[in-house]
Design a protein around this ligand. Structure first.
Ligand SMILES: O=C(O)[C@H]1O[C@H](OP(=O)(O)OP(=O)(O)OC[C@H]2O[C@@H](n3ccc(=O)[nH]c3=O)[C@H](O)[C@@H]2O)[C@H](O)[C@@H](O)[C@@H]1O
Length: 218
């Protein structure tokens, strides 16, 4: 996270794009984030929840940046009648992710000693306390949901006993529990995820293998 640049991109970038959308009369999508809920106090998180965000912490540039971006979207919608769509994206994974992006699924796949002996061969880094939860969405389900939103009218088993696990320090304000309440997406977009984590992870592993040139072990 690069602090001022992160908030600048979210706020000024959204403002610029809203100006463009207004000028050309385009419908605009903001890919927002589950981070607008911060470290949520209610589970699962419905769209009506206003969140629990630390405004001055190390994650704030991202969380608050996206919150302001959402505010700008609604202000432009109310004031200028722009057609807006906002998707609060929860943790997404799948092929073609940056191998070194530091997110948990890419880290774990890249670190798997048995699978990627030629590459990293590191222990899995579990950030403390290790009891945090997330809901992972496979990339094709995410894209399907975004297309439905834009076209609509409304705004595996990785753990192996041989794998070494290392408990490492976490970043401050890491949400302890995160799970979306998807009933509105089901009702308004007819959307629900189709790809199970068990099926999506091998597809991502295969992609990482081919990009790193690591053959599959038998
Ligand atoms: O990938 C995403 O889609 C999300 O990535 C981040 O959200 P975060 O939940 O922090 O994602 P990760 O960095 O993948 O962390 C998830 C959990 O795994 C833990 N983790 C991460 C990396 C690791 O090597 N080990 C590990 O235990 C973290 O402490 C955290 O509790 C962004 O902040 C979200 O906006 C975005 O939606």
């Amino acid at each position: 996270m690069v602090f001022p640049q992160t908030i600048k991109t979210n706020v000024i970038g959204t403002l610029n794009m809203l100006g463009l959308a207004k000028r050309v009369g385009a419908r605009i999508l903001l890919t927002s984030t589950s981070e607008v809920y911060g470290d949520p106090l209610i589970h699962p998180q419905p769209e009506t929840y206003w969140g629990n965000v630390n405004p001055i912490g190390v994650r704030s540039c991202y969380d608050e940046g996206k919150r302001v971006a959402e505010t700008l979207m609604f202000d432009y919608h109310r004031q200028h009648g722009i057609q807006i769509r906002i998707a609060r994206i929860f943790n997404t994974y799948g092929p073609r992710m940056n191998i070194d992006d530091g997110r948990v699924v890419s880290n774990f796949i890249a670190q798997l000693k048995l699978l990627f002996a030629l590459y990293r061969g590191e222990p899995l880094t579990v950030q403390k306390p290790g009891t945090q939860t997330r809901s992972f969405c496979y990339v094709s389900d995410m894209v399907d949901g975004l297309i439905r939103l834009m076209e609509g009218e409304n705004t595996g088993p990785l753990i192996n006993p041989e794998i070494e696990i290392k408990m490492v320090e976490n970043t401050p304000d890491d949400p302890r529990q995160r799970k979306p309440d998807i009933s509105k997406a089901k009702e308004l977009l007819g959307w629900e995820p189709k790809v199970k984590l068990r099926d999506g992870l091998p597809l991502m592993e295969e992609d990482f293998r081919s990009r790193l040139g690591v053959p599959k072990r038998n």
